[in-house]
Write a new protein. Sequence first.
Length: 63
Amino acid sequence: MKLLLDATRCQGYGLCQEHAPDLVELDEWGYARIVAVTVPPGEEETARACAASCPNDALRTER
Ligand code: SF4
């Protein structure tokens, strides 16, 4: 599974990082940056929750 970010949609709410601190980090302005594009085994549910948490649909998972 991959966790993908459309940076043009990110508004820096930071909710994604709260859900998945091991998969996403925030830059100095609060915008998301994917730490692990390829989701580690066992983290799939976390990645889905992370993507679902974004109010701007900036994140998605892909098989
Ligand atoms: S929740 Fe969405 S808008 Fe907010 S920082 Fe994460 S990707 Fe960006």
